[in-house]
Design a protein around this ligand. Sequence first.
Ligand SMILES: Cc1cc2nc3c(=O)[nH]c(=O)nc-3n(C[C@H](O)[C@H](O)[C@H](O)COP(=O)(O)OP(=O)(O)OC[C@H]3O[C@@H](n4cnc5c(N)ncnc54)[C@H](O)[C@@H]3O)c2cc1C
Length: 244
Amino acid sequence: MPRIRQYHRPESIQDALQLITNLEVTTAVLAGGTNLLAQPDTEIDQVVDLQKLGLNKIQLGQKEVTYGSMVRVQQIVEHSQSPALLRQTAKFEGPNTFRNVGTMGGLVVQADWESEFFASLLVHKAVIRLLTRDGELSIPLRDLTKEKIHNSLVVSVIVESGGQGAHHRVARTKTDRPIVAAVGRKDESGEIVLAFCGVDNRPVVVPEEELKNLNPPADFRGSSSYRRQMAIILGQRVLQQLVQ
Ligand SMILES: Cc1cc2nc3c(=O)[nH]c(=O)nc-3n(C[C@H](O)[C@H](O)[C@H](O)COP(=O)(O)OP(=O)(O)OC[C@H]3O[C@@H](n4cnc5c(N)ncnc54)[C@H](O)[C@@H]3O)c2cc1C
C-alpha cells in the first residue's frame, strides 16, 4: 500500500479539479482503488477520492451510451441496455468482488494489456471526456495516453451503441485472463473494427491485413509468434461471425 499524507473526498467536480490540478504536490486520483492501493512503496502527497461526485450514472442516448467514470464494472455487466459486447467482456474483468469495486475510469486509465473490456471500448469507438487545468477535452480512447490523463479528471466515457459485436479468446481456463483475445464490431453502416488484447503493451485496434506484422510481447503463456498466430485465427473467427 502506498504511503499517503492527505486524503480528500471532495463533493463537487470544481473542488476535485482544483485538488487534482495542483502541480505543487503529487496527487493520485482514487476511484475503486484496486490498482492504486496495490502499489507498494510509493509516496503520494494527496489522494482525491471521487466517490462523492455523482459520477456513477449510465445515460442512454439515441446512438450512444455515456458512462460516468465511477460506474463500477459490475454495473455494466448488469445493465441490460448496455451493448452486449461490453457486458460480455466486462464479466472477464476479474471475479465479482473485484468488478464491484473497479471502475470505468480506472480501467480506461490503466489500459491493462489483457483487458478484453478495454478492447471492446475501442471497437465501440469510445471517447473520453476529461477535465484539465485548461478546460474540457474529448479524446478518442485509441489516442489516449497516460501523459494526457496526468493531473486531469476522467469524467465520462461515451460509446457508440447499436451494431453487432463478436468476441473470441484463448486462455488457460475458461475464466482465466486471456492469452490473446479478439473483439469486433460491425456498426450500422456495415463498417467493421477489430481490436485485440495480449498482442501489445495495451489493447489495440488492428486491421485484418496488419495482423501478420504484429510483434507481441512474449511471456510464459505464449511466445510472440504464438500470440501473433492466435491473433490471426481469432480475428478470422470474429470476422466470420460478423459477416454472416
Ligand atoms: C489483483 C489485481 C487484478 C487485476 N485484474 C485486472 C483485470 O482482470 N482486468 C483489468 O483490466 N485490470 C486488472 N487490474 C488492473 C486494475 O485494477 C483495473 O484496471 C481496475 O479496474 C482499475 O479500476 P479502479 O477503479 O480500481 O482504479 P484505481 O485503482 O482507483 O485507479 C487506477 C489508476 O487510474 C487513475 N484513475 C482512476 N479513475 C480516474 C479518473 N476518473 N480520472 C483520472 N484518473 C483516474 C488512478 O489515479 C490510478 O492511477 C488488476 C489489478 C490487480 C491489483
